[in-house]
Structure formats: C-alpha cells, structure tokens
Write a protein that binds this ligand. Structure first.
Ligand code: PFF
Length: 450
C-alpha cells in the first residue's frame, strides 16, 4: 500500500486546534442559529446540549480511537481493523457524505468571500434591514457570481490540502481559532446590550417544551453531528494523525466544549440583535448575512469589526472544508493509490460538479428542486439528518461491539498509562446508550414511528 506521509500533529494544543478547526465552522455561526430559529429556540438549545454530551463526545472519541489505532483513512481504517467484513462500507459512506457536505458547504463558504469584499468596500454602511435583505437576495440570483466564489473557495481548499495539511492547519488554527472566539465575545456583549435585546436572550434561554417533537430532535441530532464533524470519518482521518501518548478522552472533550461554546456565543450574537432589529428568528440564511452587518453599523469601529468577522468566518469555513476534502483525498491516495496532486484535483472537480447545482438552486424560480426541496437543502438534509446519524451509530457500534472492551480500554488509557476513572461508563454509553438513542431519534425524526 502506498504510504502517505503522516507527520503527526506536533502538540496537544495543535491537535485540539486542528480538530476544533474542523468542528468550528459555518455550522456553528451560520447553521446553528438557523436551526435554532426554525426549531423553537431554547428548547432546541437544551436538547442540543444534552445530545452533545451524551452522544457527541462518545462518537467523537470512537472516531479518534478508530483513527489512531489504525493509522489510516476513513475506509482503510475499517479494512485494517475489521478485514474481510462489511465494515469498510461505513468508511465509504463517510467519504460520500464528505463529498455531499462539501458540495453545499462550499456555496455558503463562497458567500463569506463576497461579504469580505463588501465589507472592504464599506458596502453595508448606513443601510437598513430592507436594503440588506434585498441585496442578499439579489446576490443569490446572480448564479454565476455564487458559482465563481464557490469555485474559488474549493480551489483554496484544494491548494492547502495538496500542500500537506498538518503544518498549515496546525499552525494557523492555533492563532485563528482563539481570535474568532475573542471577536465573537466582543460581538456578543454588543448584541446583548442593544435595546430590546432581552427578548432575544429569552428566546435563546427560556425553553418552551411544547415545541419539542420528533423533527426537532432529529434536527438537533443532525446539527450536533454536523457541528462536531462526527459521523463521517473526518475525525477518523484526523485521529490517525494523533500521537500515541495523547489523551483521546480529554481531547474529545476539549474539542466538543470549544465547538459548543462557539455555537452558543453565535446564538448570543445573533438573536438579541435579530429581535432588536425586528428580524424574524426563522429568517434562516439572512440571520448571519443581514443581521450582523446591522450590528456592525451600530458599533464604533464597525467597519473593522465587520471586516475581521467575515475574514474569520471564511477562515473557520476553510479549516472545515479542508477536513472535508482531506477525507476524500486521504481515501483516494491510500486506497486507490492516486498521487496526492491528482487526488486533490479529482476530488475538487467532482465536488464542483455537484456544488454548482447547490449554488444555482438558491436562485428564484430555480429548476434545481427535488421533491419540494432545493438541491442545497436536499444535500444538507441527506447528509445531516440521514448519513451522519447513521454513520455515527455504526461507528459507536463498531467500537463498542466489534473492537470490544479490551481494545477500547487499551486505546483510551494509552495501554494502561492513563487513569480514566469513568472508562466503564464511557464504554457503557458507547455500547448501549448511544446506538439506541441515535436509532430512536432517527426513526422518530423521519416520522416512521410516532
Ligand atoms: N463541523 C463543520 C461546521 O460546523 O461547520 C462542518 C463539517 C466539517 C462537517 C467537517 C463534517 C466534517 F467532516
């Protein structure tokens, strides 16, 4: 088998920054507020947090275990750990899912570039909500412009992945992720002190449980998996770069905590401002791209903040798209034995072929609608609400039941060197609680059994 260079992550902080770089992205700042707004606010947040803790951490840990133990890509890892079984199919599903996510994720990633240019030219200054909304919608209708930015973003992703990810990602993630956090905190304070912000905070923090139903549960489950980058092998691939003496459990916990913190902070930035400016919480895509420029308009130094914010959003998206592309490229290089360069070109071209339809499906009167959903929403739904939960469930079943207790303890304690007091509890969750809970939420969410 062709050996790829696996210069492992250099430091514990580096691993956390890189895995958090994959996890923290548009999912936190853009998708999370959309989902929360559409699913009733605080009740969604509570369910989200519960799922992060009970299901997100164990699935992430399981992926790290599979990756580090096998030292291989998403498909190869199952081939190595479970030769001559059907398990590699789970890896294939992951590679396919990465392809699907990247196809629509790159659409929104492209928008961040357009919005960087707009902020550079002070293009939001003095504009009210109606104008911003109109411009946002006009932009969607310029199909070619969306596709151009999308292609450019995929090109940048390909460039980094081709150059070799580890040094680049580790180095930049360590600086940029903390910067993003600080900017979000400043924005959160500004937003929460706007007139009328209280209502937004109440929407975020006072749950109305009558809003809970199967659909909310599956949306929360999908959002957790999407946001944490679990269920599709991205963290199996990154796990294969983690060193043998690193503590997998605390790494998983730190990544999860940072990711969740960024999502909640994004909520605190968006909703108070949305209520203050009279934007509907269900406004979907417009929440970030219209509401935030409104806050910046109100701030001293708004021009600079606006620019920095969209740059960081683009960077957050980039560290995520890199991990998505890396899943495909690592597979092509190690399993199909294609040179890294051609693997990257092929993966980018294939993604673009599907991605074009995602971008063009957001135009008014678009023909790219399937079963009442735009291609963009369809790909989002297929990956987040179907492929990720099913993938996550199979991954925990694999670790809990196929790898088994002995190997699980070996990995989580680094061959007996670490003392993990709750390892029995974690194994119990991975073996029984997580697969069952995911299955139930999944079946209910699809409305198969109400
Ligand atoms: N977690 C990323 C986000 O929240 O934006 C999206 C993502 C990246 C999902 C990588 C899956 C993945 F493998």
């Amino acid at each position: 088998m062709a050996k790829t260079k696996r210069d492992a992550f250099g430091s514990k902080i580096g691993i956390i920054a890189a895995a958090a770089g994959s996890a923290v992205g548009l999912g936190n700042i853009y998708r999370f507020p959309c989902e929360l707004g559409n699913n009733g606010g605080a009740a969604f947040l509570l369910v989200y947090l519960a799922i992060v803790l009970v299901l997100g951490v164990p699935v992430m840990l399981s992926e790290f275990i599979i990756g580090r133990r096998s030292q291989a890509n998403a498909v190869g890892s199952f081939k190595k750990l479970a030769p001559k079984t059907f398990w590699p199919i789970v890896g294939f599903m992951g590679v396919f899912c990465g392809f699907v996510i990247l196809a629509f994720y790159s659409t929104v990633s492209g928008w961040t570039l357009e919005y960087i240019c707009k902020s550079l030219m002070n293009g939001f200054h003095g504009k009210d909500l109606a104008i911003l909304e109109q411009e946002f919608s006009d932009f969607h209708n310029m199909g070619w412009k969306n596709v151009m930015w999308q292609a450019f973003f995929i090109f940048m992703t390909g460039f980094v992945v081709f150059k070799g990810v580890q040094k680049g990602i580790e180095k930049y993630s360590k600086i940029l992720m903390p910067m993003l956090l600080v900017i979000l905190m400043v924005l959160a304070v500004r937003s929460a002190t706007l007139p009328g912000a209280k209502e937004g905070l109440a929407f975020l923090f006072h749950p109305d449980f009558s809003k809970l139903n199967g659909e909310v549960l599956i949306s929360a489950l999908g959002q957790v998996f999407f946001s944490l980058s679990v269920g599709m092998g991205a963290l199996i691939t990154y796990g294969s770069y983690i060193q043998k003496n690193d503590n997998l459990a605390t790494t998983a916990l730190s990544v999860t905590l940072s990711d969740t913190l960024v999502a909640v902070l994004a909520g605190i930035v968006i909703f108070p401002a949305a209520f203050s400016f009279g934007v509907q919480p269900e406004a979907g895509m417009g929440l970030v791209f219209n509401t935030l420029p409104l806050i910046f308009n109100q701030m001293t130094g708004g021009y600079v903040f606006c620019l920095i914010f969209f740059v960081l959003l683009a960077v957050a998206a980039l560290t995520s798209t890199i991990s998505l592309l890396e899943v495909m490229v690592a597979y092509l290089v190690e399993e199909i034995h294609i040179k890294r360069k051609w693997a990257t070109v092929f993966a980018c071209a294939a993604t673009m072929c599907l991605g074009v339809f995602a971008s063009l499906s957001l135009m008014d009167n678009t023909p790219f609608v399937i079963g009442g959903k735009t291609v963009f929403d369809g790909l989002d739904f297929l990956s987040s609400n179907i492929l990720l939960p099913v993938g996550g469930m199979l991954i925990v079943i694999f670790v809990g039941w196929y790898l088994g207790k002995k190997k699980f303890y070996e990995e989580i304690t680094n061959g007996g060197q670490l003392k993990i007091r709750i390892k029995t509890l974690i194994l119990f969750i991975i073996k029984f609680v997580a697969p069952l809970a995911i299955a139930i939420i999944f079946i209910r969410g699809l409305g198969l059994f109400n």
